[in-house]
Design a protein around this ligand. Structure first.
Ligand code: PBG
Length: 305
């Protein structure tokens, strides 16, 4: 699965300096990019949107003519067979870069919580609304990535209420607080302006908690699970595969994992093709059914040669 960045702020494809070979795309060029990936045999894409305007509420995430909603329509009109998955999170849409509403910055302050904390339950309402609007635009799968408590249940409830009973949720069920997301935060323009995500993303040293996180999402109705990042977490992928054999498992080979290979290859220190295919094979061997990777285009090209 190839991640795609679509931006309302640009008129021409914009290279992302920290991710050589990856671009932000304007909405009117996104179908063309999707078509060229599909021509290589790639059957699915994951969409991230960068809105023209950001605010404390992330209100660009859910309008029917929002950046992702328009991009989904463009792609599905051109390529009805291509599976389009949409990221459901607020960090690309909030001006502070956090994945949810922040106490003290959006609406009435919750006196029980410190200022600066993510307001979990009020954020769930917005995530549900966002998922429904993406479904209405034609998304085939929604993928909540914010690690908020109860996000899968809230989105399932709202999708069902909106008539999307069969639309699958692939949850970023296990997402570690990782240094490997660095380049993505440039690509999606979603770096937190203060603080970090360590109150809701997971501690890299903990694997048993990962199994509990998956189990909670399964209970809430997740149709597929994810482990993210992939490379430093191959044991977590394997443990998940063994513990949840009946659910599809995705692994996210994240931006930092990609950029490290690109940087080393650009210096002539490693053979990019060999190393990238070795990494993807390792993720597959660990038990992933689906790999979300910025190497999708390269890998599809190499494998066709
Ligand atoms: C949050 C989100 C992130 C990534 C995917 N979804 C960033 C984060 O949690 O900080 C990172 C993906 C990557 O590094 O490639 N919407």
């Amino acid at each position: 699965m190839a991640p795609l960045f679509v931006s309302e702020r640009i008129a021409a494809p914009q290279p992302i300096a920290s991710m050589p070979g990856v671009h932000q795309w304007p909405i009117n060029r996104i179908a063309e990019e999707a078509r060229s990936l599909a021509a290589l045999g790639i059957r699915s894409v994951l969409l991230f949107g960068i809105p023209a305007h950001k605010d404390a509420e992330g209100s660009g995430a859910y309008p029917p003519d929002g950046v992702v909603q328009r991009a989904v329509r463009e792609i599905k009109n051109a390529l009805p067979e291509l599976v389009v998955m949409t990221d459901v999170c607020l960090c690309e849409y909030t001006d502070h870069g956090h994945c949810g509403l922040i106490n003290g910055l959006a609406g009435p302050k919750d006196p029980r919580l410190p200022e600066g904390y993510v307001l979990n339950d009020r954020t769930l309402e917005i995530l549900g609304r966002t998922a429904v609007s993406q479904a209405e635009a034609g998304a085939d799968v929604v993928a909540p990535s914010g690690m908020l408590d109860g996000m899968v249940a809230a989105i399932r409830r709202d999708l069902d209420a909106g008539g999307f009973h069969s639309l699958p949720i692939l949850s970023y069920s296990v997402k570690y607080a990782s240094g490997f997301y660095g380049p993505f935060r440039d690509a999606a323009e979603g770096a937190p302006r203060f603080g970090d995500r360590s109150t809701h993303q997971m501690d890299p040293s903990n694997v048993r908690e990962a199994m509990r996180e998956h189990a909670l999402d399964v209970e809430e109705g997740a149709d597929g699970l994810m482990v993210k990042p992939a490379l430093a977490y191959l044991d977590v992928i394997r443990a998940t595969r063994d513990r949840f054999p009946d659910l599809p498992l995705a692994a996210y080979n994240v931006s930092g994992e990609y950029s490290m290979v690109k940087a080393a290859a650009a210096n002539g220190w490693v053979d990019e093709r060999r190393v990238a295919l070795e990494i993807l094979t390792g993720i597959r061997r660990a038990g992933a059914d689906l790999i979300i990777t910025y190497h999708a285009r390269d890998a599809a090209t190499w494998l066709a040669e």
